[in-house]
Ligand binder design. Structure first.
Ligand code: CTP
Length: 404
């Protein structure tokens, strides 16, 4: 799925209440429209003090509605018309004052009126709070937040950090890209709700001396995409990653390791409490038996250094041998005879499912194709970007869990 179809067919109702974070909402509109969504913007009078309707109209390609008395609506009922075909109502920024209004069910201007008049079952309400940290932590705000959540609203954020007022703390609105990622996730089917998923990703690095080591070409991208897809599907996700420079998907717990032994030590104790383990890591098969404590020097001689290698433990096989094992999914990256080698690993490691891919041409790329192999046979997930493949794989895993 390319970026410009990620939200194709989705209709987002975006309400802005007053706050400096309104500037971020302009960027959010751009991201949503670029991803194929239609966006109808509504603004309160306070929001119009921070950003103009012209900006948001230009970005959304639709007139912005600012008043419940807007005569452009044929029946003069903007608050009813707007929410009837919306897939969700996002209020970003949601100011402390506006959240207080929602908590009381007031409806004295367009945005609160629309929130109250929307069909509860069909048009969920998402709030991206934005306010000073003292306002955020005030008992009145916390009380109102508890109330709106009890009424079904979902909170996105807030973030913590530097605030426009110069103070630092909780209450910043999420960045546009973060809100965008939240909305994309919101629309994904919750196939793994309540499940725990553990993922290994990336290469490992086996030190030879303090500045050198053995590693491989794994980028970690597939594992990180699977972590994101599992999280979007409602799972609680832990990602154990070798040395890679990739951003952590939102709401995913990430543990960084360097060597195979460290990865083993972190994963094994976690594995038993999981529903699923997906091993995408390209774990180094061997490590230098004894890493040198100091940098190995040439010392002007022609004698080449030599070192003994010792085999690393097979993490996936160890997890698959646990008495209370999770559903284990292996990966097989091969340079030839994919099906033969992958099937051999499926049996050797005692796995219900293995995912084959051919390298090294695909290593580090953003797209790939995968071959799913289990006891019943094999089938291909055709060429696609890694996030789309990850979502398909997650739905395959979810349907197999259902049958277990
Ligand atoms: N794996 C693992 N621990 C290891 C080696 C591999 O957990 N020490 C996992 C990988 O994460 C992957 C699967 O086992 O899910 C297959 O890995 P791969 O490197 O393709 O297979 P190997 O068993 O190492 O066999 P070979 O290197 O001979 O192809």
């Amino acid at each position: 799925m390319s970026d410009n179809t990620m939200l194709a067919g989705k209709h987002v109702l975006l309400g802005l209440s007053g706050g400096i974070a309104c500037y971020k909402s302009a960027e959010l509109v751009r991201l949503l429209c670029k991803a194929g969504a239609t966006v109808q913007v509504m603004m309160t009078a306070a929001a119009e003090q921070f950003i103009t309707a012209v900006t948001l109209q230009a970005l959304s390609g639709r007139p912005v509605i600012t008043s419940q008395w807007d005569t452009r609506e044929p029946n003069n009922m903007a608050h009813i018309n707007l929410s009837r075909d919306a897939d969700l109502l996002l209020i970003a920024p949601a100011s402390a004052d506006f959240i207080a209004k929602l908590a009381q069910g007031r409806a004295d201007e367009l945005l609160s009126l629309t929130a109250l008049a929307r069909p509860l079952a069909r048009c969920p309400l998402l709030l991206a709070p934005a306010m000073n940290r003292e306002m955020w932590s005030h008992p009145a705000t916390q009380r109102n937040l508890a109330q709106v959540q009890a009424d079904g609203a979902r909170l996105l954020g807030p973030a913590s950090g530097e605030q426009a007022c110069g103070e630092t703390g909780d209450g910043r609105m999420l960045e546009a890209a973060e809100l965008f990622e939240e909305l994309v996730a919101f629309f994904q089917p919750k196939l793994l709700a309540g499940r725990k998923v553990l993922i290994s990703a990336g290469p490992t690095f086996e030190p030879i001396d303090p500045v050198r080591g053995l590693t491989n070409l794994s980028s970690g991208k597939m594992g990180f995409a699977i972590a994101r897809a599992a999280q979007e599907a409602g799972a609680e996700v832990t990602l154990v990653a070798g040395p890679v420079h990739l951003p952590t998907p939102r709401h995913v717990k990430r543990i960084d390791v360097q060597t195979a032994l460290q990865m083993y030590a972190v994963l094994l104790p976690l594995a038993q409490a999981q529903d699923v383990f997906v091993a995408t890591a390209a774990v180094a098969d061997w490590r230098p038996q004894q890493a040198s404590g100091q940098k190995i020097k040439k010392n002007g001689t022609n004698i080449q250094p030599s070192f003994e290698l010792t085999e690393n433990p097979d993490i996936l096989a160890a997890v698959a041998a646990l008495p209370d094992k999770p559903y284990c999914v292996g990966f097989a990256a091969e340079t030839e005879d994919l099906l033969k080698h992958a099937r051999e690993k499926l049996v050797r490691k005692n796995l219900p499912l293995i995912v084959g891919n051919l390298g090294p041409a695909t290593f580090g790329r953003d797209d790939n194709s995968l071959l799913l192999i289990d006891a019943e046979g094999q089938f291909e997930l055709p060429h696609n970007d890694k996030l789309s493949l990850a979502r398909l794989l997650i739905s395959e895993i979810a349907s197999r869990l259902e049958k277990k």
